[in-house]
Design a protein around this ligand. Structure first.
Ligand code: ATP
Ligand SMILES: O=c1ccn([C@@H]2O[C@H](COP(=O)(O)O)[C@@H](O)[C@H]2O)c(=O)[nH]1
Length: 438
């Protein structure tokens, strides 16, 4: 579709659009025009809007998994006509956004807190293009919808929080009520691609292991070439200080008694207990989670789930516990299990106070886990998974403890004795570190 046609079509749609309420600033409907209709940071946006999404644009949905977002993007791109390659991402997967296109972030839906959080975390002014309702959020809803209307809201968010919004509505002709939209057939045909793309995502997350960090300040973007050369934005400091959120990592081999001792500490000290394993299992069970299968596989194999997922789950839980329960002291159980996780968490969420490390011989761990396996229902409390977990623990997780130890941040506790004996030692170490009940 030519840009003039788009503009005309947009103009037809905009008669019905209302002024969108941004973040304390004016929403100004404006058609996409040929050439750079907008200046400064959003100069590239007309090329990225609606039917003319540019290759490299990022599609993100604050509240959906990457694959769901991808599905929508596919649907969307098929609906609007051929597109080159539309990149996509999810705020959970920060690296993807950095890597793909540090210029424009397109999100389906409102600028949700998670997206804004991402922007804040990046410490940079990100031009954000938000596609607003009524983008059908799911395939089913799409099938039910008889009209295809797309509204777009473009917003630039600066570090100071100022925001300029542009409302753009792209409207297509109404289909006859019961007519099967042509895109439906296209979409069905393309469905098998989704699994390939999903696998690509998983391997990309894997390969991302220790993503690099860049300090980043967003300059005014003049053209795509310049944009491509920009370094990746990152949150430049942690979300919380240790005073705002006191974090104690609780580490030890599988079955060392971390959960058991955390329960005691919660009872006596008022900590918020966050088990990374439990959060992952919850996410795995969450209806609609696109990470579910991946997490299941990683847990069964005793492997470490990509840190982007775990850190985001932990951050969400900390933020919620502070807001809802007013918690200020946290036990983070079973995390970090890999050095890059430790570094990243302290860099973007909060530096830990210290680590409680429960030390226990492998034979005892194995006995405990097999015993627990009789009733736990955990998919990894079986001998094959246990052996793999031990291997991961020794090879990948122990170096984390060693690194913290070098910083004088480890309280090592022998965990072979009975739970109440171990707990006495735990209390002594908390006391030594000045931790008081809340
Ligand atoms: N000191 C102890 N002596 C004997 N058994 C223990 C001791 N501490 C915990 N257990 C038992 O060992 C099993 C594992 O304990 P727990 O679940 O607390 O370990 P964990 O370190 O949290 O394990 P995972 O890392 O697999 O989540 C449980 O059945 C628990 O009752
Ligand atoms: O930070 C983490 C924590 C856990 N996992 C995965 O979950 C299982 C079970 O963890 P538990 O702490 O024993 O409940 C673990 O073996 C890992 O596969 C993770 O990937 N990252």
């Amino acid at each position: 579709m030519r840009q003039e046609d788009q503009a005309a079509e947009w103009a037809a749609g905009s008669r019905h659009s209302s002024r969108l309420d941004g973040h304390g600033s004016i929403a100004r409907p404006e058609p996409p025009r040929p050439g750079p209709a907008l200046t400064g940071r959003i100069a590239l946006l007309p090329e990225a809007i609606g039917p003319s999404l540019a290759s490299g644009d990022i599609i993100a949905r604050g509240d959906s998994s990457p694959c769901a977002a991808l599905e929508e993007v596919q649907l969307w791109s098929q609906t609007c006509g051929p597109r080159s390659s539309v990149m996509w991402s999810n705020p959970m997967l920060e690296f993807d956004i950095h890597e793909c296109f540090p210029t424009v972030c397109v999100t389906l839906g409102n600028v949700k807190p998670s997206v804004r959080n991402l922007i804040r975390r990046c410490g940079a002014a990100w031009p954000v293009l938000c596609l607003m309702q009524p983008v059908p959020p799911t395939w089913n809803q799409y099938m039910k919808s008889s009209a295809m209307r797309y509204c777009a809201k473009a917003a630039t968010l600066s570090p100071g929080g100022s925001c300029a919004n542009i409302t753009v509505r792209h409207r297509r002709q109404r289909k006859r009520r019961h007519a099967k939209p042509r895109v439906a057939r296209n979409h069905r045909l393309s469905r098998p691609n989704l699994s390939i793309l999903k696998n690509t995502l998983v391997s990309r997350i894997d390969n991302q292991g220790g993503s690099s960090t860049h300090k980043y300040s967003m300059p005014v973007i003049l053209n795509e070439e310049q944009a491509a050369q920009l370094p990746a934005p990152q949150r430049t400091r942690p979300l919380y200080s240790p005073e705002e959120a006191g974090v104690i990592f609780v580490l030890g081999g599988p079955g060392a008694g971390k959960g058991t001792q955390c329960a005691n500490m919660v009872r006596d000290y008022g900590f918020k207990h966050l088990s990374a394993g439990d959060l992952l299992r919850e996410e795995q069970e969450r209806k609609g989670s696109e990470f579910g299968d991946m997490i299941k596989e990683y847990i069964r194999e005793g492997k470490i789930v990509p840190m982007e997922v775990t850190i985001q789950l932990l951050e969400n839980a900390i933020v919620a516990a502070k807001k809802v329960e007013g918690k200020r002291q946290f036990l983070i159980d079973g995390f970090p299990r890999k050095q890059d996780q430790a570094v990243k968490f302290e860099e973007v969420v909060v530096p830990s106070r210290f680590t409680l490390f429960f030390d226990c011989p492998e034979e005892e761990l194995e006995r405990r886990l097999l015993d627990r396996g009789k009733s736990s229902g955990r998919a990894d409390d079986n001998i094959e998974s246990i052996k793999k977990r031990f291997k991961t623990f020794v090879e990948t997780s122990m170096p984390v403890v060693d690194a913290f130890e070098e910083q004088g941040k480890v309280e090592k506790i022998k965990a072979i004795a009975a739970p109440e004996v171990v707990y006495k030692e735990v209390k002594a170490r908390l006391d030594k570190r000045g931790i008081k009940p809340e």
